[in-house]
Design a protein around this ligand. Structure first.
Ligand code: NAD
Length: 484
């Protein structure tokens, strides 16, 4: 089996302890490559390389960094076919999705932050012409970038790009569940001779490699589960390291009776099930105004039953495989819990076994559940799979209470043709990102992130560049020449 390498100081190298983890193809359940099971020694090497590279990289003109990042973006585009196939094979997502969303976003991330950095401003505060304060923006040092498996290279580059644009150097740790495209990315960096030590990629488990990245970095950008985020934040806090956390969600989709019915159904289906429901922004609790509840349920379930699940390589399939057997079993255990407590499964609910070569793959049909109280665990905890619940509401007040009843607060979507109502409800829902009559419409400049247990801080545009820099104020007293 193919052994993947770490990428440290511009070199593709094996892990120090020569130990590896099996990497599985979720579409058929078979292992197909070996991921370095790196330990603290590998991270230490990466940290040493990143520290050494920092001086030169951070002191270069921003145009220098811009030019390298644009070169990297082009190299990603030149290798996009390989990356698309690899991302789908590693994650189980349909190839068409990797082609339309994941891989184009990787190069876009580098272009976006390379150019954003050229426009990043320092402020000046003039004190009645007696003094001038100007604020310098300084890179922090070595940035630890830790990412999850659901949008593997997309999210990893979303962290690496602003970190290096701002002049930091990086130790990146991709998810051990989906390491392959990060490995291909490191090969691309090596091939174009990207300045060595600026980007280092260390593969491995969270408890070993991941925790070491937190220890050996100066600033941490983490995306993943809420409980892991708590461990990362606790560890980072001991040394007062700046920490950005993008965590889990249990996002409400709110359907008012004055919505544009057909398009709302289409968007709610997409928001519930895209990427097998494994997007932190997926709308997994659908609140429907009582007067259209039955009509909505009938149309929604009909459409959910028509969602095609199967071979990720087949462009006709809407959904591919769940990322791992462990995760599939976790989702199924949640569905069983719903059944046990009286939840009605309107469609889906069981593992789907395909025939032939894909018989060992991890497939699950879109699952729609109704009849559970909004306080039930199924409506409170993130499932992170193709599972949604339907909940009726009457009064706006009750709706808001139910929406805000979870510990999460990442995103929400509201469907209504009454702008005032949508505006009013948007203001009251606890979430960092709200969509009205749409979902997942992303502008990379906006502040992106969650409230409550969904995260800390904001990513995107200048918010990311702010995070990856320290502000340093210089106050200059001006000699007032008027009376001289
Ligand atoms: P996870 O928390 O299990 O792992 C995320 C990353 O953290 C992996 O690289 C893992 O190896 C690493 N890690 C694990 N333990 C660690 C430790 N002790 N120290 C340092 N690193 C450690 O999450 P996952 O299962 O890969 O991803 C799914 C979760 O990610 C979901 O909860 C989802 O909502 C969340 N997510 C959030 C966003 C967002 O923007 N808010 C985006 C995507 C995914």
């Amino acid at each position: 089996m193919k052994k993947l390498s770490n990428y440290i100081d511009g070199q593709l190298i094996p892990p120090v302890n020569k130990s590896y983890i099996n990497n599985y193809n979720p579409s058929n359940g078979k292992p197909y490559s070996l991921t370095p099971d790196s330990c603290f020694q590998d991270v230490k090497l990466a940290s040493k390389a990143a520290k050494k590279a920092f001086k030169n990289w951070s002191e270069q003109k921003k145009e220098f960094r811009y030019a390298w990042m644009m070169k990297l973006a082009k190299a990603i585009d030149d290798n996009s076919k390989n990356l698309i196939v690899a991302e789908s094979r590693d994650n189980g997502k349909p190839e068409w999705l990797a082609e339309q969303v994941d891989i184009p976003r990787c190069s876009e991330n580098f272009r976006f932050f390379a150019t954003a950095m050229l426009h990043f401003e320092s402020k000046c505060h003039n004190m009645n012409n007696d003094a001038l304060n100007y604020t310098l923006k300084k890179p922090v040092g070595v940035a630890g970038c830790i990412s999850p498996w659901n949008l593997p290279l997309y999210l990893l580059t979303w962290k690496i790009a602003p970190a290096i644009a701002a002049g930091n150097t990086v130790i990146a740790k991709p998810s051990e569940v989906t390491p392959y495209t990060a490995y291909l990315f490191s090969k691309i960096c090596a091939k174009i001779n990207f300045p060595k030590g600026v980007i280092n990629i260390v593969h491995g488990l969270g408890k070993t490699a991941g925790s070491s990245v937190v220890k050996y970095s100066d600033i941490i950008s983490f995306t993943g589960g809420t409980e892991t985020g708590r461990v990362v934040a606790t560890s980072a806090a001991k040394d007062f390291k700046k920490c950005s956390l993008e965590l889990g969600g249990k996002n409400p989709t709110v359907v008012f009776n004055d919505c544009d019915f057909e398009s709302t159904i289409d968007i709610a289906i997409k928001s519930g099930f895209l990427n097998q429901g494994q997007i932190c922004l997926c709308g997994s609790r659908i609140f429907i105004e009582e007067s259209i509840y039955t009509k909505f349920r009938t149309a929604f379930v009909k459409k959910a039953k028509n969602v095609l699940v199967g071979d990720p390589k087949n462009p006709n399939n809407n959904l591919g495989a769940i990322v791992s057997e462990e995760h599939l079993n976790k989702i199924i255990s949640k569905i069983n819990l719903a059944k046990r407590d009286g939840g009605k499964i309107l469609c889906g609910g069981d593992r789907l076994f395909l025939k032939g070569k894909l018989s060992g793959g991890y497939y699950l049909k879109p699952t729609v559940i109704e009849g559970l109280d909004y306080k039930h665990e199924i409506n409170q905890e993130e499932i992170f799979g193709p599972v949604v619940t339907l909940i009726p509401f009457n009064r706006e007040k009750d709706l808001i209470k139910m929406c805000n009843s979870t510990k999460y607060g990442l995103s929400a979507s509201i469907f209504s043709n009454n702008v005032s109502k949508a505006h009013r409800v948007a203001a009251k829902i606890d979430a960092g990102v709200i969509w009205v009559n749409t979902w997942l419409l992303r502008d990379l400049r906006i502040p992106f992130g969650g409230v409550k247990h969904s995260g800390l801080g904001r990513e995107g545009g200048f918010y990311s560049l702010e995070f990856f820099t320290e502000s340093k104020n210089v106050c200059i007293k001006i000699e007032n020449g008027v009376n001289k």
